[in-house]
Design a protein around this ligand. Structure first.
Ligand SMILES: Cc1cc2nc3c(=O)[nH]c(=O)nc-3n(C[C@H](O)[C@H](O)[C@H](O)COP(=O)(O)OP(=O)(O)OC[C@H]3O[C@@H](n4cnc5c(N)ncnc54)[C@H](O)[C@@H]3O)c2cc1C
Length: 391
């Protein structure tokens, strides 16, 4: 396994580093570094800067504006994005629906949707989960019934991230309730959020912010041309998309940056007259996290080195699981180090020089989601046991 960069790779890295630190406005990067929410306009502006530089969707095929990069180059791209604290490109567009339309969309759909998806002129939401269909996604019930040149949609989606910001939503719908296997009666359809009959209702999360929604469909008429691929073959497309979601390249850079923040704060926090950083229990906690982050980093590099032709590696479940656990533990550490400054009631009071402390509680609560969405930790453990360990 090679762990150092060649001169060419270093040059590649330096070019990206220059782009992210000069083209992306410092105001946006400061907000990301401090864990402050960006507005929709700010996220769109950041995405378009990346897209203008050809750096929003490098994972797409070259024909559609992507890059013919090696897995290591993708790894460097993501690492440098994080290192610069750049906002990330919109993942629903670039990792989920974009590659799906490139692989399975009709030429008309590609022509209509790919350019605005690349530039975030269309903001997509993911309409997969339903109240009784989360981990067991094949249980989706939302109906789509063909009526002339339309499908008529009735049912409910839930936990739909950013549906209140989205222009379009891609949905799994049941087109054949009598199929011999549940997976065989599902289709994949694209829906304009402005279509009459759609209601978006916010779900307030434990961090107090509005991120996820319930979406209700009441006799929503969708042109049949919005069906992706073949009717009742939607499960195949969903599996492709979920593979990309789970296998999405991960980076340990944000974890390392958070540990550095915690160490800086702990060095200036006194506990019994001594810096917290010197407390043996605290130091052991940091050391434990750093060792596990190193282990994740090496595993990630191994997976990057072993993956080929852009296909998600079977180890992606290990990465998803460990990454979720570490993200949660590191945000807990930041919360502890921030002490009472982390309580939002003190926010903007200038209690600490670093803004991130005042967002530490919100981040801690928000990160609880990590072990649920994109496949819960319990489900990942089952995949690791059966597919990797052969148990
Ligand atoms: C913040 C957030 C954002 C989300 N965004 C979206 C989105 O944009 N679009 C979308 O479609 N969905 C989204 N989701 C939904 C997410 O994918 C589901 O919540 C997830 O798949 C889990 O499903 P569930 O909530 O129905 O829980 P359930 O499947 O009911 O699971 C409940 C518990 O049982 C466990 N469990 C279930 N099955 C098994 C099993 N076979 N073996 C062992 N344990 C099991 C689970 O791990 C979990 O602990 C989001 C969720 C969250 C929390």
């Amino acid at each position: 396994m090679k762990l150092t960069l060649t001169p060419e790779e270093q040059q590649f890295r330096d070019e990206l580093r220059t782009f992210f630190t000069t083209e992306m406005p410092i105001q946006l990067r400061d907000k990301v570094r401090a864990g402050v929410e960006l507005s929709r306009d700010e996220m769109v502006a950041a995405h378009r800067i990346l897209n203008d530089g050809g750096l929003a969707s490098p994972n797409w095929s070259v024909e559609f504006g992507g890059k013919d990069w090696t897995p290591l180059q993708f790894h460097i791209w993501l690492d440098e994005l994080h290192r610069a604290s750049s906002p990330m490109p919109n993942t629903f567009n670039t990792t989920l629906v974009g590659p799906l339309l490139i692989e399975f969309g009709s030429p008309e759909q590609q022509e209509k949707f790919i350019p605005p998806t690349a530039n975030l002129d269309i903001w997509w939401a993911q309409g997969f989960s339903e109240p009784e269909a989360g981990s067991d996604l094949a249980a989706v019930k939302m109906r789509a019934v063909r009526d002339g040149s339309d499908y008529v949609l009735n049912g409910q989606k839930t936990w739909t991230s950013e549906a209140h910001l989205a222009d379009w939503i891609f949905c799994l719908v049941r087109t054949d309730p009598n199929a011999p296997k549940r997976q065989q009666g599902i289709s994949f359809i694209l829906v304009d959020m402005k279509t009459p009959g759609i209601t978006v209702r916010p779900i307030e999360l434990i961090d107090g912010y509005h991120e996820v929604n319930e979406v209700f469909f009441d006799n929503v008429r969708v042109p049949a041309e919005n069906l992706v691929g073949e009717e009742n073959k939607g499960w195949d497309y969903a599996k492709f998309l979920l593979g990309n979601e789970r296998g999405a390249a991960r980076s340990v850079r944000p974890l390392r940056m958070d540990i550095e923040k915690a160490k800086r704060a702990a060095a200036s926090t006194l506990l019994g007259g001594r810096p917290l950083l010197e407390d043996p229990h605290f130091a052991a906690r940091i050391a434990d996290l750093e060792c596990r982050i190193d282990a994740l980093d090496i595993t990630l590099l191994r997976v990057v080195g072993e993956s080929s032709n852009g296909k998600p590696s079977s180890a992606s479940s290990v990465l998803k699981l460990l990454d979720s656990e570490l993200q949660q533990e590191v945000t807990e550490l930041l919360l502890d180090v921030s002490g009472r400054d982390a309580d939002p009631i003190y926010a903007d009071g200038g209690l600490r020089t670093e803004v991130w402390t005042q967002h530490a509680a919100r981040r801690y609560f928000n990160m609880r989601k990590k072990s649920i969405y994109g496949g819960s930790s319990e489900v990942q453990r089952t995949i690791v046991a059966s597919s990797i360990l052969g148990l």
